[in-house]
Unconditional design. Sequence first.
Length: 365
Amino acid sequence: MSAFIELDHVTKTFGSSGLFGGGSVTIAVDDVSLTIDEDEPAITTVAGESGSGKTTLTRLLLGSHVPTDGRMLYRGKDFTKLTRRERRAFQREVQPIFQDPFESYNPFYKVDHVLDAPIKNFKLAGSVAEKKRMIEDALEMVGLVPEETLGRFPHQLSGGQRQRVSIARALVLKPRLIVLDEPTSGLDPDGRTAMLTLLKSLARRPGKSLVLSTHLLGDIERVCRHAIILEKGAVAASGTLDELLAGQPHAFLLRWKSGGDAADRDFLAALQREGAEATPGDELGQARAVVSEQWPTQRFFQLARECGVTLTGLEPEEMDLRTVYRRLVGMESAAPPRASPSTRVSIMPVIPILSSNALAVLTAS
């Protein structure tokens, strides 16, 4: 596979040790390896809570942060050694979409200027008619009507419309990768659904891939094929959704007709001896048991009979990405699978395009 962007054992720290060894250093990204390939289009999600390192990781991908240790490679070349021409190509091919695109807009410029500026900057249109067609095509691609959108100022658009204009602005540059920071944050439920539908449709287009940074795990399950879960700057797990869910311990809610306190205690102890993690429930005759994927469910009934209790209910808990995440970050006691320190992601490039002003804002923030 051909690597488009590669992070090679990258660590990013902030702060300073101080002149005499004092001060503090924060490790935002810790020894992360990630490869984005050009061969297969995909939506990849970088997930984690605030402080997990996902924003820093996406800014590394955008080239607005330089690794403290390790290397970032663009088409096989160290990013810090790119020529001016190569950096310009990178700026066109890799585009960001901010969480609040309004912050990157000049409030005195209309939507027309927002879409026109990158075309002029990269000299992509040979005529006024071609530029007009490119702008209208990009707006229609994101579900906006050109006649109803052009001529308006950013503050006259809803949050969802501003996000769509930002994506259209990236699309006029025909980027290979679009990196979106919390693209559904601040949108109402209908707006979130519409945005996720749009992102899925964009990822189906040839030559375009998306990287989403989000803490909303439900969004991941609805749109992405590959997820990277960060915890304290390191990769806690990565893979397709099926791979992340596979091999996870299964949890069951057990209900039984009590045979007395002693019998109930014996039943819980028997479960634990068999390797189950059994926790008494809020009511008598109830417990939650976490077992391996290979655990035979009939064993619950066998142990219950041996301990003199009658099992009356066996309800499996739904396994989803939220459950996996809670286990990985220690919010639920269960042994998570070990993650490979190196992650390779097949992504067909598609990313938002930022103007030089927007990149300056991103770098300074």
